[in-house]
Design a protein around this ligand. Structure first.
Ligand SMILES: Nc1ncnc2c1ncn2[C@@H]1O[C@H](COP(=O)(O)OP(=O)(O)OP(=O)(O)O)[C@@H](O)[C@H]1O
Ligand SMILES: [Mg+2]
Ligand SMILES: [Mg+2]
Length: 467
């Protein structure tokens, strides 16, 4: 056997646990303990019985309690562990890689929240490899690390850990929901469909929670909101409450609210100089004539502000028709806008699917014969399309102006470049995935992974607060 210099450990050493997102931990080497232990708090199991996970918080720097990292890992075992003070405790056991002195190898760790540990980790003999030697009289025989390594997170490298995700939807069985659930599970995450309308909550300054079916929901790492137009206001209140619990929301309540309010959305887009069809709004019925003129005169498109799937979108070909339509909507107390009819679009529009700051797919939708609305729900057909740079930039910019991380931007293609019709905050996946043959659901989950912060300050239950 070739002889090489032994790998020496002092009685204390710096190490990294990269898969947990912990670039620097100071550990005490303890050959008297078999298994290594990590000092964690708020240790919460989650996930299905056949693939259990555990999530916990670590304060890696004993002198800086504000530095708190959320970790999660698959549970490999639960084990009774007797600690040095003689107490036996049933602990979760996880397996993860350790990095020290240029070496990386898997070790098992138990999780414990004993208050008295001055080192965040005990490095037991089970983690010591056969060619390693412990020098009980020396400290740090391996290179030292620094807690400053936490300052660069998460930009340097996204932390991959199993996430606990809530899919906020009233339709868990529809295509989009099923695809998101599939994509999240395929990446090792735990995802639960939560019915928006069944969530209830108590608003208070401490302990924000969302209740469901008689119980408080657990703390989620992330929430994917799919809030239907019928429940926008309540859905956004639920989403704000999830935000208060510390969960990351893929689209924020305020950006969803802004995009749902067509008046607001058009004003924000206009301010950012994003082109759209000439659009006019009014409140009083006295101004109908002038309103139609402001939109450029007939033909005009009249849209209910709360429209989706093209249901409240009507083409008025003559001024007379536009006036009677406007008066009819007024009589119903409905909010609407009047818009220039972009005839050259000829019953087609473009849906650009934006994730993060990128257009990940686009489709052209063609209306049925005799119909100007190209919505798939109105019988339109879709095919994949390559966008021009200007169209891509417009779509990305529109999503950004509204603050949406995931958006379906609808554009009309014209001689003078793209005109934005609207920006959808819960865009459907079926049309775009079948038109483009792309795994859009997977891209959404990937983006979510990159956005969930590994560093989190989480309010703990009051009983654990003092330490
Ligand atoms: N100003 C316009 N000029 C020409 N066509 C238009 C105009 N506005 C809307 N359309 C057509 O009508 C369709 C529906 O309009 P819009 O997207 O504004 O309504 P919606 O009901 O919110 O639909 P969605 O389901 O996409 O949210 C568009 O996809 C487009 O094909
Ligand atoms: Mg819409
Ligand atoms: Mg539309």
């Amino acid at each position: 056997m070739p002889h090489s210099k032994p790998f020496e450990l002092g009685w204390e050493e710096w190490l990294a646990l990269p898969d947990l997102g912990l670039p620097a931990i100071k550990a005490k080497v303890d050959t008297g303990a078999r298994t290594s232990a990590l000092h964690a708090s708020v240790i919460e199991p989650f996930g299905p019985a056949d693939a259990p996970q555990v999530r916990f918080l670590i304060q890696p720097d004993p002198n800086n309690p504000a530095l708190e990292v959320t970790c999660s890992a698959p549970v490999v075992d639960r084990r009774d562990v007797t600690s040095s003070n003689g107490e036996t405790e049933l602990r979760y056991v996880i397996q993860t890689d350790v990095e020290m002195g240029g070496r990386r190898w898997p070790i098992q760790l138990t999780l414990t929240n004993r208050e008295s540990m001055s080192y965040r980790m005990l490095f037991g003999r089970g983690a010591i490899q056969p060619d390693m030697i412990v020098d009980a009289n020396a400290s740090f025989r391996q290179p030292k690390l620094d807690f400053a390594a936490y300052a660069g997170l998460p930009k340097k490298r996204p932390v991959k850990r199993p996430l606990r995700i809530a899919l906020l939807t009233r339709e868990p069985k529809n295509y989009s929901s099923q695809r998101l659930i599939e994509a999240a599970q395929a990446r090792g995450h735990v995802i639960e469909a939560i019915d928006t309308a069944r969530c209830y909550m108590q608003i208070g300054t401490t302990h924000p929670q969302v209740h469901y079916d008689g119980k408080a929901l657990p703390r989620y790492d992330a929430v994917i909101p799919r809030i239907g137009a019928g429940i926008t206001d309540y859905g956004l209140a639920v989403l704000r409450q999830f935000t208060n619990t510390g969960a990351f929301c893929l689209n924020s309540a305020s950006s969803i609210g802004h995009s749902r309010d067509k008046l607001m959305a058009h004003q924000l887009l206009a301010r950012a100089k994003i082109d759209m069809p000439v659009t006019a709004f009014a409140h009083s019925p006295k101004d109908t004539k002038d309103l139609i003129s402001l939109a450029g005169g007939a033909p005009v498109v009249v849209k209910l502000l709360s429209s989706t799937q093209g249901k409240g979108v009507v083409l008025a070909e003559t001024r007379k028709a536009a006036e009677s339509l406007t008066d009819a909507f007024r009589g119903l107390d409905a909010n609407f806008l009047v818009q220039e009819f972009v005839e050259e679009a000829a019953g087609t529009d473009v849906r650009a699917f934006v994730i993060g700051n990128k257009v990940v797919g686009a489709m052209k939708r063609q209306a049925q014969k005799g119909e100007f609305r190209s919505n798939l729900h109105r019988g339109g057909t879709a095919s994949t399309i390559k966008l021009t740079r200007q169209e891509r930039d417009t779509a990305r910019e529109a999503a950004k102006v509204l603050g949406l991380r995931v958006a379906g931007v609808d554009l009309l293609q014209t001689e003078k470049g793209p005109k934005v019709l609207e920006v959808n905050s819960s865009p459907g996946l079926e049309g775009i995935e079948s038109a483009t043959s792309k795994d859009i659901a997977g891209l959404i989950i990937e983006h979510l992974e990159s956005q969930v912060r590994p560093l989190a300050r989480v309010r703990e239950p009051a009983s654990r607060k003092r330490r």
